[in-house]
Design a protein around this ligand. Structure first.
Ligand SMILES: C[S@@+](CC[C@H](N)C(=O)[O-])C[C@H]1O[C@@H](n2cnc3c(N)ncnc32)[C@H](O)[C@@H]1O
Length: 222
């Protein structure tokens, strides 16, 4: 159920995830610091990954991470395709407009990213973006998301995740869950620009798993 506040649709019990993006307009915000690091890691991944690649962003918001990178890297636009999964219609519309303006081949899918069924036809991906999710779901859901991410991956895929240092600090658990799932850590940037933000990058070393439809993964709690 949604209602309309200040002209934007807001899900009951959850934050206003349209207004949430306003922090990106302030370069001094901690979210802008995180975004810079996420974008730097995406750029580094593009630099080391030649050829055609597919990207999946779960809970993509307005797409600032991957679309922000492609905004600056015009030469990569033709080789990067993918999908952005986002529940909020306003955010999805902003992302869709941005995709159209860049002329990139990205599907913006307005759907629940918290169930495996949504990913049918959208995966496997070479880069899976899990940015801005793990701070908003339960520890059990984070663990399930880490394990399930293997179903979203192509062989050798990279998964990027974020989780701040808020209490409880689950960073060490998340890194362990990725290791147990068959990933090798590429980077884990902490205290980014003096904030409590953390950005992790993992590469799948185990074989990917088949996507099993109809499995719940996570539910946002705020
Ligand atoms: C914290 S924001 C992060 C946005 C983006 N990934 C970023 O880092 O800029 C979380 C986003 O997830 C979306 N969201 C929340 N629950 C969702 C769900 N079940 N399925 C898809 N998107 C969801 C919200 O609307 C919001 O845009």
């Amino acid at each position: 159920m949604t209602d309309v506040q200040g002209g934007t649709a807001k899900s009951h019990g959850l934050r206003d995830y349209v207004a949430w993006h306003d922090a990106y307009a302030d370069p001094s915000s901690s979210l802008s610091a995180r975004l810079r690091q996420v974008q730097a890691q995406i750029s580094a991944w593009l630099d080391r990954t030649p050829g055609k690649v597919r990207v999946l962003s779960s809970c993509a918001g307005q797409g600032h991470d991957i679309l922000g990178v492609l905004e600056r890297r015009e030469d990569d636009r033709a080789r990067v395709t993918g999908a952005l999964v986002e529940l909020d219609p306003t955010n999805a519309a902003v992302a869709r407009d941005w995709v159209a303006r860049l002329g990139v081949e990205f599907q913006v899918v307005e759907a629940d990213a918290g169930t495996t069924s949504t990913y049918a036809g959208l995966v496997p991906a070479d880069l899976v973006l899990l940015s801005g999710i793990m701070g908003n779901i339960s520890p059990a859901d984070i663990e399930r998301l880490v394990h399930t991410s293997r179903q979203l991956c192509s062989p050798g895929a990279t998964v990027l995740w974020t989780r701040g240092a808020q209490d409880p600090d689950l960073g060490p658990d998340i890194r362990r869950w990725f290791a147990q799932t068959g990933f090798a850590e590429v980077a884990c940037d902490e205290w980014i620009e003096g904030t409590g933000m953390r950005v992790g990058v993992e590469r799948l070393e185990a074989d990917p798993e088949r996507l099993v439809l109809g499995q719940p993964i996570f539910t946002f709690t705020r």
